[in-house]
Design a protein around this ligand. Sequence first.
Ligand SMILES: [Mg+2]
Length: 326
Amino acid sequence: MQKISAVIFDVDNTLYDFTAFYRPAFEAMLDKISEKSGIDQEQLKKEFRTIHQREGTSEFVFAVQELPSLQKLHPGEDLTELYSDAIYAFRKARKQNLKLYDGVKDTLEKLKDSGTRIIAYTESPGYHAMSRLKQLGLDGLLDCVYSMPDHDMPGQVKREDVRLYDKSNYAFAKTEMRHTTPGVLKPNPETLEGIVEELNIDADEVLYVGDHLMKDVSMAKAMGLHAAHAAYGSYMGDNNYELLKQLTFWTDEMIEKEKQYHDQPQIAPDVTLSKNINELLTHFEFTAYQGTPKDSAKFADSPFCKTTQDTDKPAAKQQSPKTPKR
Ligand SMILES: [Mg+2]
């Protein structure tokens, strides 16, 4: 069996089902906004998508206060406060519906016991990625998480104004966090090449695992890595995906390309995980990582903007916020 000493996991729909929590959370928020404002949900969805496209993420904390039809309806008012029940409905549903796939925790623990280095690579903004993985109990189980940096704050809002809890809520206790270059999206291999470079071992010992044939498998195979397809996580054709398509920051062209590739994939994975991530254990021999990870900050061609435990976060504040706390 092929020996593997480092595994790079995609996150959404590989470790947990993103659409399974995003859809109920978004619908709960839309219901509340529409009920209170009387504005049609289809109109609101269009406005959300425009904001998501501008920000390059489908998870923009300040989207509600930037919806044009709400701004028109309530000129000069604090929309976050006015629609706080909608924002809380989103968070509540997200928390209730966020779950690891069966077998993920056990499989990661087995890899950890073997001394294998475990990396997660996501395109979500840093705070969202960190808080989800932490809520799911993966702090410390993952050695390092690569994510986008957090999005910019709108206007005069300062990050410390929306972060009201102890700073431990805004960082992993054990897992290291590294930030990738904004705008460099899968299947562009630039980020993955940097991650492999930082592992500082023979690429033949590296395995990449992801649910998406175009964005994950073809990217990893084009680089010559071993690649496993997390087919159990595929969301194409799923009802949850239909809503995501109406809200995503992806362009229509990207969505169409994704569909075409899904229907006619051009590169095959080495292994297909059809039902459970634990199928990995029957295909590869997981061994101890013997390398010394490179530090992004000292790595001359590093595509990463920051190597950080995010130690610069402000301490907790007491006063009530004008902006959504998270
Ligand atoms: Mg994915």
